[in-house]
Design a protein around this ligand. Structure first.
Ligand code: SF4
Length: 72
């Protein structure tokens, strides 16, 4: 389960986040490059909350192999 206490510092403010356990697998950024960005180390973070794309966010959350994506 993603830990909100270790949110990536680049996450957009709001309830969706990626924590510090990302392993840079690119799954979430492939699912939605609009919602998820990659930092210079290819670690993912939430670039933008897009309530109209909640299904895509949930699909990415369920697809993350290390459960680094979360919702508060
Ligand atoms: S799916 Fe998970 S491990 Fe893969 S890049 Fe996204 S947050 Fe990181």
């Amino acid at each position: 389960m993603a830990d909100p206490k270790s949110r990536h510092p680049k996450n957009a403010p709001g309830r969706w986040f990626v924590d510090g356990s990302c392993i840079s697998c690119d799954t979430c950024t492939d699912i939605s490059p609009e919602i998820f960005g990659r930092d210079e180390e290819r670690l993912a973070y939430v670039r933008e909350l897009r309530p109209d794309e909640e299904k895509l966010f949930r699909f990415a959350l369920e697809s993350c192999p290390v459960e680094a994506i979360g919702e508060e």
